[in-house]
Design a protein around this ligand. Structure first.
Ligand SMILES: [Fe+2]
Length: 441
């Protein structure tokens, strides 16, 4: 996290307002789910909804109330064990793959826990003087952004849970309005010596530690596809033997294709020759105009090889995103969680710029930019330093946000990351290529 915070937000009323807003949104997302829905853990990577609701509460209790609340005592001693995610410095914790067996506390009990911590957080925020507020504000702000991360995960996770229910229940909403993707075009960039990393002037006051420090990178001329790869284009890849041709695949990816029988994106199933896709708004025929989603980095890379292109590097994506941000059409509304589409939508007509840059699908970046620390990166001090840095191994970076990302949580410098074989996050593909003026085409 950064140590800076907009001075305008450094007053108790602003922080209290923000606190209530973030906390209420989590409960709103969980509201369509029964206590039974909220208890299921469908695979080790998925956490139950009520665990997310409790864990983000544990974060405020552990990193803010403990140490700052007079006569602090945990709401429940066992909750410190149950709802610690991965913080070794805080102490032992319940095994991640076993979160689904926590039938008690139930969803209602978690609500009581949330209410208790909310009351105590409001008391704490109201009691802080200016100096104390300035000292704690970065951690409070981190708590907001941490809860937003889990809001997105809550939706991705319940999507997997519901996908395994033979009744195919719907989370909420209706199918997206039919649209069209338009032809894929290209936007060219000169490259050169560029800067990437969090820039408070355009990214807002907050960043996670992995977005720092801002630093220079050299880019050759390059170009990016002006929209995401569609389901229709992915079907062409499949029909051309994309999942059966080892020459298209990274070795590890080909291993997963064979070991796990990959033959289509994660949530696709074929019935009597027709492909269907599970979504949070129901299971329906695959719409060729929508972006393909729930494909791993391995699949994204194989598709790019098949198409004679490549994936963008992190620096290319961020450099282009900053240029686009400067020229974004007023009124443009990315497809983030506040649209309540709960799914990527069609790109629409070309406009000479990058479409679907923020929202819709997280975009895989190339294997030449796997998740590593930026030059000069230093994790924070203490337990909070475990937030991002210790995962900088065997992960790939994704950029841009998705249709389940809370508004205010997408920015040009944001570095999301997942293992290259992950398929349950909402992940898609934007192609890249070297610039025209680089050689002699
Ligand atoms: Fe967390």
């Amino acid at each position: 996290m950064t140590d800076t915070l907009d001075p305008a937000s450094l007053d108790p009323a602003s922080l209290l307002g923000r606190y209530d807003e973030v906390r209420a949104y989590t409960e709103r997302l969980a509201a369509p789910l029964s206590p039974e829905d909220q208890t299921v853990q469908s695979m080790p990577d998925v956490s139950p909804t009520k665990w997310h609701r409790a864990h983000v509460t544990w974060f405020f209790e552990t990193f803010l109330l403990a140490g700052n609340e007079p006569d602090f005592a945990p709401f429940q001693d066992q909750y410190w064990f149950l709802f610690n995610s991965y913080y070794e410095a805080i102490g032992p914790r319940h095994a991640r793959p076993m979160r689904g067996v926590i039938s008690r506390p139930g969803a209602h009990d978690v609500g009581v826990y949330r209410g208790n911590v909310d009351d105590r957080m409001r008391d704490l925020l109201s009691s802080l003087d200016e100096n104390a507020l300035a000292k704690l504000a970065p951690t409070i702000n981190l708590g907001f952004h941490h809860e937003q991360q889990h809001q997105e995960l809550l939706l991705m996770d319940i999507k997997h849970v519901l996908s395994l229910n033979p009744l195919q229940p719907v989370y909420a909403g209706r199918a997206a309005t039919p649209g069209h993707a338009g032809p894929m075009g290209w936007v060219e960039y000169d490259g050169g010596l560029v800067e990437i990393g969090h820039a408070p002037s355009s990214d807002g006051d907050f960043s996670f530690d992995n977005e720092l420090p801002r630093h220079q990178q050299w880019l050759g001329p390059y170009r990016l596809a002006d929209r995401l790869v569609t389901n229709g284009e992915w079907l062409e890849f499949m029909e051309d033997g994309g999942y059966r041709r080892p020459e298209l695949w990274l070795s590890d990816g080909w291993g997963r294709v064979n070991a796990e029988g990959w033959a289509a994106p994660f949530y696709w199933t074929e019935r009597e020759g027709v492909w269907f896709e599970h979504t949070l708004t129901g299971t329906r025929p695959v719409d060729p105009s929508l972006p393909v989603c729930h494909v791993s980095h391995y699949e994204a890379d194989a598709y790019a090889t098949w198409a004679g292109k490549r994936l963008p590097t992190e620096a290319e994506w961020e450099h282009a995103a900053r240029l686009e941000e400067d020229t974004t059409t007023p009124g443009y509304a990315p497809n983030l969680a506040d649209t309540e589409t709960w799914h990527p939508r069609a790109a629409g007509a070309p406009n000479g710029r990058l479409r679907q840059l923020f929202g819709d699908c997280w975009e895989w970046t190339s294997s030449s930019s796997s998740y590593l620390p930026y030059p000069g990166f230093h994790p924070g001090v203490g337990a909070i330093g475990e937030y991002n840095g210790k995962f900088m191994s065997s992960q790939m970076v994704l950029r841009g946000g998705c249709a389940l990302t809370p508004p205010g949580h997408a920015r040009a410098s944001y570095r999301n990351f997942f293992p290259p074989g992950a398929r349950w996050p909402v992940t898609g593909v934007r192609l890249a290529d070297d610039g025209w003026n680089r050689c002699c085409e």
